[in-house]
Design a protein around this ligand. Structure first.
Ligand code: ADP
Ligand code: ADP
Length: 228
């Protein structure tokens, strides 16, 4: 069975805005998936459903065969880690080290295991040297990497990133792609939302085209040949 399975998912914001309209899709273990679509397509709303931040109003979201509900959303959040688009929504502790340790501390892990995870995650994103620094003094790209490390320290099976290369310069974008390759190499399923067709074509093994809350197509990257 697929690792993530969404069936007929619809979602309306409080003001009545329809953000998702009957979305169905499935994502297998070990895939590199790009959810591609213009601003307002519903990408962020969809990602919030993958780790239980949003619960389905209509339709179902399954993670590893289990329907996500209020009762198991915490367990789902340990399996599926979400990196927000804006690191300022995610990075808030006095030091980089504390920030990455926050999740593992909440899991109630032993001190040694927390230290091991923080060190590994910070090395994975190239931020170990910055561990004693204050996150709010770092550059945008560095904060973004700290946010990714915070998610990695939870050791999720699936890492989901909302617009990971947005606002990064070309070198920052290359560094980020390298980090994504590293995650995939470790056996993680990696899902990104992006409006960058070139990045999706270069990186993904599977593409989901989203527009106005609907899935236009899902398949491999040759879908993009017929775009525009
Ligand atoms: P994307 O990530 O592809 O840019 P979003 O999921 O953010 O798309 O938005 C999908 C739709 O929902 C858009 O029409 C957007 O304006 C609307 N939307 C997003 N957040 C809210 C909100 N908090 N309240 C009302 N409408 C929202
Ligand atoms: P650096 O110091 O590495 O050049 P900056 O922190 O100055 O990085 O940010 C790089 C780019 O990202 C700039 O164009 C900046 O305007 C933009 N940026 C910074 N913070 C944010 C944010 N919170 N949301 C959106 N864009 C941002």
């Amino acid at each position: 069975a697929a690792l993530l399975e969404i069936e007929d998912l619809s979602f309306y914001y409080h003001d009545g805005t329809p953000a998702l309209k009957g979305v169905s899709l499935s994502i297998g273990e070990g895939e590199k998936v790009a959810i591609l679509g213009p601003n307002g397509a519903g990408k962020s709303t969809l990602l919030f459903h993958l780790n239980g931040i949003f619960l389905a109003q209509q339709g179902t979201v399954r993670v590893a065969g289990e329907v996500v509900t209020r009762d198991n959303e915490h367990r789902v959040r340990e399996k599926v880690g979400l990196v927000f688009q804006d690191p300022d929504d995610q990075v808030f502790s006095p030091t980089v080290w504390d920030d990455v340790a926050f999740g593992p501390l909440n899991l109630g892990l032993e001190r040694q295991e927390i230290e091991r995870r923080v060190e590994e995650a910070l090395h994975a994103v190239g931020m170990w040297e910055y561990r004693s620094r204050a996150p709010h003094h770092l550059s945008y790209g560095q904060k973004k990497r700290v946010a990714i490390a915070g998610v990695l320290a939870m050791d999720p099976d699936v890492v989901v990133l909302d617009e990971p290369t947005a606002f990064l310069d070309p070198a920052g974008q290359r560094a980020l792609l390298k980090i994504l390759e590293g995650l995939h190499g470790e056996g993680k399923t990696v899902i990104i939302a992006t409006h960058d067709v070139d990045m999706a074509a270069e990186w993904a093994t599977s593409i989901i085209l989203l527009k106005e809350g609907r899935v236009l197509a899902q398949g491999d990257t040759c879908l993009l040949v017929n775009e525009e």
